[in-house]
Every structure is written in C-alpha cells, then in structure tokens.
Write a protein that binds this ligand. Structure first.
Ligand code: ASP
Ligand code: MG
Length: 405
C-alpha cells in the first residue's frame, strides 16, 4: 500500500460534472489500496473573477485582504469534492491550508511555504479518510492567511508530497503531459515520457505552464517524483525523475515560450562597483523576481543594463528602476511589454557544441531580431518581439527535429 498525492487544477473542477469525475478517480485510487491526499485549485476562472471583483472596489487592494479573498476560491473546490466523494460512500474530509497548518512566510500574495505540519494529515489518513487540501494557501506564524502566487496549488501538492514522503505526486491537468512545445501553436508536438528535475525547472521558468516554477524548484530540491497527466484520460503522462535515472540521448528536449515578459533597460549607468547591487537589491526588497540580466560593455565609463521580469511585476519594477536611476545618476530608463522569450531546454546540451548557433539560425531565417540572449547549462533563451513568437516556436521546433523521435 502506497501513499499518493494527487493535484487537480482549476479546469478539472470547473463544473459539478467534472467534480464528480474527479471524485470517481480519487476513489478508484483509494480502492486500488492507496492512501490518498488530494490538493485542488479553485474552479477554473474563479481566481481571475475574484481579482476582478477586488479591483472594482479598490484598484490597489491591500495584499492581506487580497489573500483573504483569493483563499475562498479553493475552499469552494475542497468542500464540493469532499461532498462528491461522500456521495460515492467513501470517507473524505476537506481541510484549508490553515487547518493543516501549512506554515508560510508573511509575503502576502506570493508567500513561500516554510513547513507543512503532517500531524493532522496523518491522523485523518489513518482514520481511513481521503484528505482533500486547499491548494494555493497557507498561514503565517501569526495566523494570517496567505496565498502562494498564481498557479500555487502545484506548490502545495509538491510540499504535501514531500512532507508525507509520498510515493508519487500526480499533477492532473487538461493536457496529457509535457510536450516538446505548446500543442496549441506548434504542429507535430510530441508528449515527453520522462524529464529530469532540471529540465522541468528550466521549462517551467521559461514559460511552460504545466507546472508552476516554484513547484518544480521544490520537487527538485526535495526529490519528489512527479507524474504530470490528464484528468480526462487514463494514459501515462510525463514522469519527472532524477537525471541519473534517465538515458541521455536528447540534446534539445523542448521549445518553450513566454509572453508575460517586460524588458527594462537602464542606460548610461556609472561603471563603478556597487551599482548593480543597488539596483537589484531595490528590486529584491519589493519581492520582484528578475529573470535575464545583461550588462553591456562599458564605454566612456558608462554601461547599460537590460533585464526582464514577469509582466505582472513590470510596472512596479520600472518604477523602482527609475528611482534607482535618479539616485545614481544614470541617463534614463526604458521599458516595454511587447516582448516574449523563446527558449530551448535539454539536459544533453551541456556536452554538445553548436546548439545555440542553430537556435539563432532558425530565428534569423524567420527574419526576426534577437534583443537579448541568456544561457544556462541546459537552456538558451532569446528575447524577441512578441508578435513573432509563435512563428519562431514552430521554426525552432522544426530545426531541432522535435517532431521526430
Ligand atoms: N487558483 C489559483 C490560481 O488560479 C491557484 C492555482 O490554480 O494553482 O492561480
Ligand atoms: Mg496550474
């Protein structure tokens, strides 16, 4: 008998019919002899609707009250799912993040999980209950309700699986797994059977939406085996495992893209020690995550720095940068939203020269200009005009023969 954590996303619980479908799947897992803990998101569209409501009464709602509001979405799903399971004559109990005591830091709307208390979970599981936990939420040491950032139910699921030592954390979604590119835009995409933690982390952080970045980070850090699969089919999805458990044959595994990118350039920075530190600590103090950073070579004692942030943080990041720019006497700040990031990811890239050149070649053939480039051991990313991104994803997918095995 094993212990399985299952996470169902918003589309999987968007209607009463779907909630009943999920209930049947959960019960089937229980009947196969496993202990089951389930994490659910708010019904599809609910979180967006709540955000919209908040904006209608206050365009800058206090973050604490935002969390009070947003946490209600998941509470709807857990209660409905528990009811649907009861209807199937199985024992289930729903719990909020606070009831479990999913302890987080105090950063409202993007809190980080510090610890998951497993005592209540263990108690309920050993009573034979299917335990249903609200995703996306936690509680601070001061008993304040927090949320974990958009898509945060994935993080809840991985944290729960880690705390419980689950055999697997299954992430149920509306697609059959992780693909070589976004199936909505590239023809001939293939489902990937297996990925390493590093690959899923790089894919998530470069725009693949199947798994939230922090959840990928957490899974890698705590070595939580994942299985990303469809709520609506029995097919095997994509398994995420440690790299040594994989054969390394692929150079490039997937192409990802991200349209939620803001590019900010601060020009004419005095080229002296401490300037970058000043800028990026000011951004960090506002909890803004910076992605790519590129500094130009210095000319006449001045340099430019360009960096990217997610567009949700774009305006705040630009404001902070403008303040810093004035303080340190830079020439000025320019920012734009109409850019996108295209990336290739693959664990075999480390030992294969020429991969980046091939990527740049495919983009050049489309006549598209590359604005920024960054690389890691297993990823190369380019910032391009957002209007060109779909075309480039298709071209790059073809160039690396990702449509073929
Ligand atoms: N309901 C939250 C959101 O829409 C969390 C989640 O779905 O994972 O972002
Ligand atoms: Mg999600």
């Amino acid at each position: 008998m094993g212990l399985i954590v299952q996470k169902y996303g918003g589309t999987s619980v968007a209607t009463p019919e779907r909630v009943k479908h999920v209930a049947r799947r959960v019960v089937a897992t229980k009947q196969a002899g496993h202990k089951v803990a389930v994490v659910v998101s708010a019904p599809g569209g609910t979180t967006d609707h709540l955000i919209d409501l908040a904006r209608q009464v206050n365009e800058r709602p206090p973050a604490r009250e935002m969390d009070m509001l947003l946490a209600t979405g998941e509470q709807v799903s857990i209660a409905l799912l528990a009811m649907a399971i009861h209807k199937l004559d199985h024992a289930a109990i729903s719990l909020t993040g606070a009831q479990v005591r999913i302890l987080t830091d105090k950063v409202h709307t993007k809190a980080r999980i510090l610890e998951v208390d497993r005592r209540r979970l263990d108690r309920e599981l050993s009573r034979g209950n299917i335990v249903i936990v609200a995703g996306f939420q936690g509680i601070t040491a001061e008993d304040e309700i927090t949320t974990l950032g958009r898509g945060g139910s994935d993080v809840t699921a991985v944290a729960l699986a880690s705390a419980l030592g689950a055999d697997v954390c299954e992430i149920y979604t509306d697609v059959e797994g992780v693909f070589t590119a976004d199936p909505r835009i590239a023809p001939g995409v293939r489902k990937l059977d297996v990925l390493s933690f590093d690959e899923i982390l790089e894919m998530a952080s470069s725009g693949a939406v199947v798994l939230q970045t922090r959840a990928a980070e957490y899974a890698k850090q705590y070595n939580v085996p994942l299985h990303i699969r469809s709520t609506f089919s029995e097919a095997e999805g994509t398994r995420i495992v440690e790299e040594r458990a994989m054969e390394k044959s692929r150079v490039v595994t997937a192409v990802t893209h991200d349209r939620d990118v803001t590019k900010i350039t601060i020009a004419g920075l005095p080229d002296v020690p401490g300037v970058a530190h000043r800028l990026f600590s000011a951004l960090a103090a506002r909890h803004i995550n910076v992605d790519m950073i590129i500094q130009s070579a210095s000319r006449d004692g001045k340099a430019d720095i360009s960096f990217t942030v997610s567009s949700a943080d774009g305006e705040t990041a630009a404001k902070v940068t403008e303040e810093v720019s004035r303080e340190i006497g830079a020439r000025g700040v320019h920012w734009e939203n109409g850019v996108a990031k295209i990336s290739i990811v693959g664990a075999g890239m480390v030992s294969n020269p020429g991969v980046a050149a091939k990527l740049f070649g495919a983009i050049a053939e489309e006549g598209v200009n590359i604005q920024l480039i960054s690389t890691s051991e297993i990823k190369v990313s380019c910032i391009i005009d957002a209007a060109e991104v779909e075309r480039c994803v298709r071209a790059v997918h073809r160039a690396f023969n990702l449509d073929r095995l």
